[in-house]
Design a protein around this ligand. Structure first.
Ligand SMILES: Cc1cc2nc3c(=O)[nH]c(=O)nc-3n(C[C@H](O)[C@H](O)[C@H](O)COP(=O)(O)OP(=O)(O)OC[C@H]3O[C@@H](n4cnc5c(N)ncnc54)[C@H](O)[C@@H]3O)c2cc1C
Length: 289
């Protein structure tokens, strides 16, 4: 006989947080990762040991709004909702359109992609170069943490069991004249898990680089980003010299350490990651987008 699973679906976030404070629950947003992680063999219900708490319907977690120059995105906005939202930056829409297929995009959420903390999570490289901050809420109040501190490793995040990821905050994203790119390499254009993900961000003043950021996905346990390498490029003039480009590529060559798995080889991943970086750095001009 199938085991019973306790589940909760409260109308409001406060009630949800209060329950999570009493009992360790499995948070279920779109469920597209949860159901895969807990799947049993065909015809057998998933084995879920904790009570499930549904959050995907909570309006407090589905708002997209601007505050100052920052963009706040509710953690439970689905991909389909975000693609239709005029406030969402084009590069993030581009990344979303590469995720799975429409059925999954109708269920899967941005918050779920972050909390699942897969090295191949497609939105993560972009969120890293946007310097995204995460607003976590619990009965004790709220706290804000940079995404790079929140994600600690493969499926490891710094979240207390009574906390919910409520919002993703993209600082200054709506007012900066930055050029941002996202590239994903997979077996096909959609419905494929990334072999390599890359996001690049550059903001120039005339020909001078004021700020530059890079993040690589699927080539390590978490996104690969190096503030030290980025810093060395600030103040340089465009177009970058061949030796500047070679130095940056060599520096990432030392810190990118992919693995061989069923999706790709370490050699292929590293080669593609460095090619994407080289291509981004070789551009003669960067237009804000
Ligand atoms: C067929 C298929 C194809 C896929 N293709 C892709 C792809 O191309 N690219 C890609 O990146 N991903 C892909 N995924 C993975 C998945 O769809 C995404 O990671 C999605 O964003 C997960 O969101 P969700 O709302 O479904 O998360 P859920 O499955 O509900 O949750 C995922 C994890 O995050 C936790 N969680 C979720 N929301 C919160 C919150 N607000 N606060 C605290 N904890 C939370 C859950 O407890 C769970 O541990 C695919 C999945 C499937 C099944």
């Amino acid at each position: 006989m199938a085991e019973k699973i306790t589940s909760y679906r409260f109308d409001q976030l406060d009630q949800t947080l209060s329950q999570m404070n009493k009992e360790d629950c499995l948070v279920m947003a779109g469920g597209t990762d949860v159901m895969v992680l807990h799947k049993s063999r065909r015809g057998v219900p998933p084995k879920i040991r904790k009570p499930i708490i549904f959050i995907d319907h909570l309006t407090e977690l589905k708002r997209v709004y601007q505050k100052g120059g920052d963009l706040h995105i509710g953690a439970c906005c689905t991909y389909s909702e975000l693609v239709d939202d005029p406030l969402i930056p084009i590069p993030l829409k581009k990344a979303i359109k590469t995720i799975a297929a429409p059925a999954i995009r109708n269920r899967g959420t941005l918050g779920g992609n972050i909390c699942n903390a897969s090295p191949a999570g497609d939105t993560l490289p972009l969120l890293y170069v946007y310097n995204a901050k995460l607003l976590l809420r619990s009965v004790n109040g709220e706290r804000i943490i940079p995404i790079s501190d929140f994600i600690q490793g493969v499926r490891k995040v710094q979240r207390e069991s009574n906390e919910i990821l409520a919002e993703i905050i993209l600082p200054s994203v709506l007012e900066e004249g930055a050029h941002v790119v996202f590239e994903k390499v997979g077996n096909r254009n959609a419905d494929a898990i990334a072999k390599v993900g890359f996001a690049g961000y550059v903001r120039v003043n005339g020909a001078v680089i004021e700020d530059v950021r890079f993040a690589f996905g699927a080539v390590g346990p978490t996104m690969v980003r190096s503030l030290d390498i980025e810093k060395k490029l600030c103040g340089k003039t465009l177009p970058l010299s061949d030796s500047d480009i070679a130095q940056v590529v060599a520096a990432f060559d030392r810190i990118i350490k992919p693995i061989d798995d069923h999706r790709s080889t370490a050699l292929y991943r590293k080669t593609v990651a460095l090619n994407l970086l080289r291509y981004f750095l070789s551009k003669k001009q960067y237009q804000p987008n």
